[in-house]
Structures are given as structure tokens and as C-alpha cells.
Write a protein that binds this ligand. Sequence first.
Ligand code: CMP
Length: 140
Amino acid sequence: MATNRTFTMIKPDAVSSGYIGAILSQINEAGFKIVAMKYTKLSAEKAGEFYAVHKARPFYGELVEFMSSGPIVAAILEKENAVEEFRKLIGSTNPADAAPGTIRAKYARNIGENAIHGSDSDENATIEGAFHFAGTEIFE
Ligand code: CMP
């Protein structure tokens, strides 16, 4: 995946609260192009694999349980400097620290149920995008 792409998931809390449309609008208004998207549900096994980097963290079990608790929206987004720009748009991991107007400030419940994921590096954007999408599901 090119460095002008990032990967995101609208998490089960935001989906169940009915925020998919509002969040996608904010993403579009910020100038991101959706090049891949699916509405899906992760099994506990898949969620564990996706977040394997956090396996040693005390919150890992809770994170896997939450991320497999309901449907998510997974997407690959394109914009210049996508990873950094998207992390600015979503705000800090803990919504209590997220800047006003950011997606997490508006829609997240707490540090665990924090509405949305955004890749933290170009390398992880590529890995995470490939985890969810086949090449034939990505459109320029
Ligand atoms: P995300 O950006 O998807 O990447 C890792 C996730 O772990 C993070 O969002 C949070 O949902 C979760 N997380 C990080 N820190 C904590 C914490 N202290 N307690 C519970 N969940 C956490």
C-alpha cells in the first residue's frame, strides 16, 4: 500500500450507537477518499490476530472481546500524508485527551471503546489494510 494510504475501523461501540454515517461524513469532508470498505464482524481469533502487537498489555483480553462484540466498518483511505492526517482527525486514543471536534472527542465512550482505529505508521497501514482486504477489493 502506498504511503498516502491509511487503514481504519469504525469500532463496535460507534456502530451500535448509530454513528457510521456521521463518522464517514467527517472522513469525507476532511478530504479522504475511500478506496476499500466493508461492513463485517471480527471473530475473537481474528481480533486477537489484528491486535497481536498488544498481547502483553493488561487490556488485551478486554480489547479482543470488545472488537469481536459486534460489527465494524473497515476501510482503506487515501489522502496525502494519510496516516498523520487521519490521526489528527480522530484525536488521542483516550477521548478525555482528544482535541475538540475530533472523531473520538465526539463519539468515543472511553479509552477502550474509542469509536475508531487509525494506523500508527505507513508500515502498519499496509499490514492492516492487507489483513482485511484482497487486492481485488481495493479501488483506485
Ligand atoms: P487503537 O488505536 O485501535 O489501538 C489499540 C487499542 O487498544 C486502542 O485503540 C484502544 O481501543 C485500546 N487501548 C489502548 N489503551 C487502553 C487501555 N489503557 N485500556 C483499554 N483499552 C486500551
